[in-house]
Design a protein around this ligand. Structure first.
Ligand SMILES: Nc1ncnc2c1ncn2[C@@H]1O[C@H](COP(=O)(O)OP(=O)(O)OP(=O)(O)O)[C@@H](O)[C@H]1O
Length: 280
């Protein structure tokens, strides 16, 4: 379903992005009940295999949504489709009313969607603050990049503060612990001022203490962002999740609050089966 090139489409997209930036400011002030992400009839086929098989998903502005499911359920593929990395064979992904399917990755970032990857994107030789500054320039217009910069911008200072790395601002990112590195990556996303953050397994490999701090961090971030978290850690889910969507074999199996989802026999069978006692 590749589309023919359309003359002026790039400019139309840029206009849409500019409009989105304005809408962004206005949108943040609005009540949190609005639908920000609307996925309908989504299908992704890899060599005849349906990795996503008719997914409908709505995420409202201001939600902290957890996406769980057994290995191969299609969680990462779903994030890949939202961010333009994978093109679906059918369906629609609308973000604040704008269709994302067919848009390039960098344009989707500019529309206000940021994601973390399972692999690190931090520059180890640069300091924490330099990494954040680099991330913050991503959505900045060219003239702003060319201007001589003095000190740390408010955006970067805020991101440092939010992720609790202010004391380590001048240290090279290479010396950070695994947890601190993950927080830096989240800080780098925040510095891009996205409306929607997609976090792929943010507590993987973290110590108990680091997981707790990350849970608190996500709760703070969710106060003024919409956040979708892909997570496997059930203990983490129990403590910090509110709304949960369970994917299984490329479909939405169950959706609801943590208690509803954990009590659902279908979820216990396909996902919590191995931790049924814990789920009780
Ligand atoms: N590029 C690809 N080509 C072929 N098959 C793929 C590709 N990407 C993913 N798949 C398959 O699609 C299915 C969904 O994969 P996906 O990585 O989205 O699952 P997941 O829920 O994120 O799993 P995990 O928890 O293991 O990361 C899997 O069966 C996977 O093998």
């Amino acid at each position: 379903m590749s589309e023919p090139p359309v003359r002026g489409a790039g400019r139309a997209e840029e206009r849409a992005e500019a409009a989105m930036s304005e809408a962004e400011t206005a949108g943040r002030a609005e009540a949190g009940a609005r639908e920000l992400l609307e996925i309908r009839g989504l299908q992704v086929v890899f060599d005849g295999f349906r990795a996503i098989d008719g997914v409908d998903l709505t995420v409202r502005q201001g939600e902290l949504r957890f996406l769980i499911g057994p290995n191969g359920a299609g969680k990462t593929t779903l994030i890949d489709v939202i961010t333009g990395l994978t093109r679906p064979s059918a369906g629609s992904v609308r973000f604040a009313g704008t269709e994302l399917v067919g848009r390039k990755e960098h344009r989707i970032v500019r529309l206000g969607i940021g994601r973390t990857f399972q692999t690190s994107v931090v520059f180890e030789e640069l300091t924490v603050v330099e990494n954040l500054d680099l991330a913050a320039t991503f959505r900045r217009p060219l003239w702003a990049l060319l201007r001589r910069r003095r000190g740390v911008s408010d955006t970067v200072a805020e991101a440092l503060e939010t992720v609790g790395l202010t004391d380590l601002a001048e240290r090279p990112a290479g010396v950070l612990s695994h947890g601190q590195r993950q927080w830096l990556e989240i800080g780098m996303l925040i510095a891009q001022r996205p409306r929607l953050l997609l976090l792929d397994e943010p507590v993987a490999g973290m110590s108990r203490q680091e997981r707790e701090r990350t849970g608190e961090l996500l709760t703070t971030i969710a106060e003024d962002h919409t956040v979708v978290v892909v997570e496997h850690d059930m203990e983490f889910l129990r403590r910090y999740a509110s709304q949960v969507t369970v994917l299984h074999e490329g479909r939405v199996l169950v959706e609801g609050d943590v208690a509803q989802v954990r009590a659902d026999p279908r979820v216990q069978e396909v996902y919590l089966g191995r931790t049924a006692e814990e789920a009780a």
